[in-house]
Design a protein around this ligand. Structure first.
Ligand code: NAP
Length: 292
């Protein structure tokens, strides 16, 4: 059971998809979970199913200061009710912190106002890195804990027409690599978790507009890619598989990159991305993503 190693966890974006599957996995493992959503009503099913073990937290990545306050308040709450009270009073932290919340935006880079990309970078990179800093600092002080940043296989193989998302996830993986280096030789672990396609709400809430991303209707090439990406997404495995992969990584408790998904996406494509020349890779990507 993970609860032998970890008592408390904080996870952003627990209301749906991968975050919800991870929250369920942790709760089944006896870990007490603080999970977030912008509207805590979306967390009611988890709270009702796991009374006393799951605590809903309101957190919006678009409001960086409020997101920080939400993490700090939840950490005080976890420390106050936790079992350990160390001499330094550093109980204000979680054993596991998982930066999972995020969303996609699908549009040709130049076709939309830059504010769309700016907002995504602010939420999914800057605010997420701020949350990571607070969590990592407390873990270093306590000399225990595991920070997990949910990145994506887009870092190995970028998705077409998702430049803001690709940038945010590449930055997040770079942050994880930096922190894994800083944590070397200490009991703190940092996991760069990269899922491939998982069937969640991700494509349904895709920005700028659900079901009709900008540029799709006007441009045949973009429309063809969207159709292919969406079809691949709808045939993808369920997020419980990602939660199982993360469970194994948490049990190991070692820093590093964990790729999760189908054999093609999580094994073959990253290997190809390392070995093949860029021109060939772009030709393969064009074929794979239906860029006619
Ligand atoms: N599904 C995939 O194929 C896939 C692949 C690779 C990586 N990922 C990553 O996995 C993570 C979870 O995605 P998912 O597929 O599970 O999607 P999802 O089902 O749409 O869940 C997204 C979660 O993030 C929260 N969220 C979204 N925008 C937010 C914001 N601005 N502030 C705070 N919370 C926000 C949502 O909460 P509320 O809407 O309730 O506030 C929800 O709980 C994301 O970081 C995503 O990039 C997903």
């Amino acid at each position: 059971m993970l609860s032998q190693k970890y008592k408390t966890a904080f996870i952003t974006g627990a209301s749906s998809g991968i975050g919800r599957a991870i929250a369920e996995m942790l709760l089944a493992e006896g870990v007490r979970v603080w999970g977030t959503a912008r509207d805590t009503a979306r967390l009611a099913p988890l709270a009702q199913k796991h009374p006393g073990a799951f605590t809903p937290v309101a957190l919006d990545l678009d409001d960086s200061d409020a997101a920080m306050a939400a993490l700090e308040k939840a950490a005080c709450n976890a420390g106050a009710t936790g079992t350990t009270a160390d001499a330094l009073g550093l109980t204000r932290s979680f054993d596991i912190v998982i930066n999972n919340a995020g969303y996609g935006a699908f549009a040709p880079f130049a076709s939309v106002d830059f504010s769309l990309w700016q907002k995504q970078l602010d939420a999914m990179l800057a605010t997420t890195a701020r949350l990571a800093q607070t969590a990592f600092r407390a873990m270093q002080a306590r000399r225990r804990g595991c920070l997990v940043n949910i990145s994506s296989l887009v870092v190995d193989f970028p998705l077409p027409y998702m430049s803001g998302y690709n940038m945010a996830k590449a930055g997040l993986s770079a942050l994880s690599a930096s922190l894994a280096f800083e944590a070397r030789g200490t009991p703190v672990c940092v996991i760069d978790f990269r899922p491939g396609d998982y069937r969640t709400s991700f494509n349904h809430v895709m920005q700028p507009a659900s079901g009709n991303p900008a540029g799709v209707a006007q441009d045949e090439r973009v429309a063809s890619v969207w159709k292919t990406v969406d079809a691949q997404f709808n045939a993808a495995p369920l997020p419980e598989r990602a939660a199982r992969d993360l469970r194994r990584a948490l049990r190991r408790g070692r820093s590093g990159t964990v790729r999760s998904g189908t054999f093609f996406q999580a094994r073959l494509a990253p290997l190809g991305a390392r070995l093949l020349p860029g021109r060939l890779l772009r030709a393969i990507a064009a074929h794979y993503f239906g860029d006619r």
